[in-house]
Write a protein that binds this ligand. Structure first.
Ligand SMILES: Nc1ncnc2c1ncn2[C@@H]1O[C@H](COP(=O)(O)OP(=O)(O)OP(=O)(O)O)[C@@H](O)[C@H]1O
Ligand SMILES: [Mg+2]
Length: 416
């Protein structure tokens, strides 16, 4: 039997599917009830390309989480990413309607509704309309205008849309398991929830979640989301480089990367070079692998990835946009020394983000690879507390009713 305060999250990644169930009953924290992880199938660069295969991977992760929690997963917050995601900042305005010119919740609703009318059609679905900042009669930077006096209310929003077909394929594999999708959340936004501090978001910060198939980017400024993007590169490319560079199978290259991959200096001189024992990674032909060769390959690709991140920043004076620097997360952020390579490229502070200390967080989740899953849970727990009547001030995140309707409609497309 389900429990009302249970919040669940499913991160369908290119490398792994992670399902988490938690009790959000306590308004300040939530307690993890169960975690399930399964190797991913049927995904390419963050997008479901084979819903049947993907569903089986999700089924395994969900089953494990349910088993650990001892209850069934009925609904879940689900992450979405991929190159098909589009995000723009838009502006819209309405006249304040009340006779006394005091901004009411109704005005807020109307101004957000008008932001929502942008650029959607049969091929694109609206995922998020996130208010960034309000302007009241020319007074900029208003965080919450309700109760203030004015004639004209402007809002700046971050609007995120996704390709309908990709949304459909993702929904298909979750709904096919009998789990209702509570909300689809853009993965960079979810990861940011788990790893960024409020002071970093206020000052300006870039979060990059480098996963297996995608690099999910979010830039925050003045406490609000400013830019989101998804790049189709990740740890997969690193493994492929090692496999091709050393002439070894992909699976062995993956193991070498995880076990020995590093961006730190490797000890040893010319006479005494550090070598990887081929047999320890399943190579039985006596092939010699030099640590330094792996290091050089990894460094070249990470350096290139960091330069791609740099291109996401709009102008040369990016240091003033993101003085708090870069927070790297996702499985690839486990590479020792990745922070110093990034710092060399950006010349800004860099840290590795691990999911925030949440009460009851299982040990396995203290890993940058779980930032999206934990972030989805934080998002869901906040939604739960809002519905319970304890809204979290300053969050100001609005999800399109349109998407809810779309999710409900999608139930009819999926044969259960
Ligand atoms: N210790 C490690 N050293 C180097 N790379 C690692 C390490 N641990 C994991 N990775 C890499 O991280 C990647 C997986 O990261 P993650 O679990 O965040 O991806 P994902 O969420 O499944 O994929 P995506 O978000 O791209 O859809 C893989 O390429 C994996 O090889
Ligand atoms: Mg991921």
């Amino acid at each position: 039997m389900g429990k009302k305060s249970v919040v669940s999250a499913i991160d369908v990644g290119t490398s792994k599917v992670a399902a988490i169930m938690a009790d959000a009953g306590d308004e300040n924290s939530f307690q993890i009830l169960g975690v399930g992880v399964a190797p991913s199938k049927g995904l390419r660069k963050g997008v479901v390309v084979n819903p049947d295969e993907a569903r089986e991977a999700v089924r395994e992760a969900v089953r494990k989480a349910e088993h650990a929690a001892g209850i069934k997963m009925e609904t879940a917050y689900v992450g979405i990413t991929g190159r098909h995601i589009n995000s723009v900042n838009t502006k819209s305005a309405v006249a304040v309607t009340r006779g006394d010119r005091v901004v009411s919740p109704g005005d807020l609703k109307r101004v957000l509704e008008s932001a929502r009318t942008v650029s959607t059609n049969a091929e694109r679905k609206l995922l998020h309309v996130i208010p960034r900042t309000y302007t009241l009669d020319g007074q900029e930077g208003v965080k919450n205008p309700i109760g203030m006096n004015g004639f004209r209310l402007d809002v700046e929003t971050h609007v995120v849309t996704a390709a309908t077909s990709s949304v459909q394929n993702l929904l298909k594999c979750i709904r096919g398991l009998g789990v209702d999708v509570e909300d689809l959340v853009l993965e960079p936004i979810a990861s940011s929830e788990a790893v960024l501090r409020p002071d970093e978001k206020e000052a300006g910060v870039l979060m990059a979640d480098i996963g297996g198939g995608t690099t999910d980017i979010a830039i925050f400024k003045e406490g609000s989301i400013w830019h989101t993007a998804v790049l189709p590169v990740g740890g997969y490319q690193l493994t492929r480089d090692i496999a091709i560079g050393l002439g070894i199978p992909f699976e062995i290259a993956e193991e070498i990367k995880r076990k020995y991959g590093t961006l730190l200096e490797i000890p040893g001189d010319k006479e005494n070079v550090a070598k990887i024992d081929g047999a320890s990674v399943g190579l039985d032909n006596g092939q010699e692998i030099l640590n330094q060769d792996v290091n050089d390959i990894v460094r070249a690709r990470i350096d290139e990835m960091m330069r791609m991140l740099l291109l996401e920043l709009p102008h040369a004076d990016y240091a003033s946009l993101i003085p708090a620097g870069i927070v790297l997360t996702g499985g690839v952020a486990n590479l020792p020394g990745i922070d110093s390579v990034a710092a060399d490229v950006f010349r800004l502070p860099v840290r590795v983000g691990i999911p925030k200390d949440v009460y009851g967080l299982a040990d396995i989740l203290y890993d940058p690879a779980y930032s999206t899953a934990v972030g989805l849970l934080i998002w869901g727990a906040r939604r739960y507390s809002e519905e319970e009547g304890t809204p979290d001030e300053g969050v100001g995140v609005v999800m399109g009713k349109g998407l809810r309707r779309f999710v409900n409609k999608a139930k009819h497309w999926v044969n259960l």
